[in-house]
Design a protein around this ligand. Sequence first.
Ligand SMILES: O=C(O)CCC(=O)C(=O)O
Length: 271
Amino acid sequence: MSVSVHPSITELDIYLFDLRGYLLLKGALDEAEVDALNAVLDALPALLPGQWHGNVHAHRYGTSDGLNLQQIYEAGESFERLIDHPSWFEHVKFFVGGEGTFDWHHGPLFIDENFANFREPGGGIGLHSGGDTGTKRNQFRYLNGRFQCGQINILIALTDIGPGDGGTMIVPCSHKSNFAHPHAGLAREAVDGIEAATEIYMHKGDAILFTDTLSHGSARRVNPGVRRIVVYRYGPSWGNFRHGYEPSPELLERLTPQRRQIVQPQKRIER
Ligand SMILES: O=C(O)CCC(=O)C(=O)O
């Protein structure tokens, strides 16, 4: 069976994603959308890791990566719209793939993690992932004429990210690497100066679409102020939550059918 290619996905998108493991989606969100997302974040109380505000959970991965607000799609309609945003939805569906196969048993996609991240001066995250591990959960795969990737990330800038701001860094093509980068490791806390890694500068509203297999991390933020990003991670509909969260009944109630299916692909079986 041949796979359908949505008209918004160009031959160049396919070529570059396959080659480099990522696409930069310039202006994925417009100014009004970015302002609305920032307004929601501004209105939230300051939270410490482990605290909840409604159905949003404050969390950290390490010591330097900054605060994450997990389950951020619970924070309001402007975050709900990101679930199937037209700037990336068809691309994500295409690269996760699975159309017409058992992978689509419960629909095309599932979001296993979604969060806003606040990166303060001094913060960063070390280089992680890479094709060498063969990890199935986030694998990059192109087989028999179709993409079948385990995890596609959408990382959206909510602030401008330029030199000194602690931009996302990637090693282009490393989703196909057979060897671990000798300088990889979260213990390094930032990717600055690591051979072959490039920093991606973004205007607020730009997004990076990337296979999670790609070696990635961020530069250390040295400028004053806080970098804000949002990350939604998509995989096949049979996936499970990275951290064991559940969508709230209120969220499920107010979502459109398409969004509800991405947030909770499998219907609960009543006894
Ligand atoms: O903070 C960043 O720019 C990188 C985010 C990251 O490492 C991830 O999403 O896994």
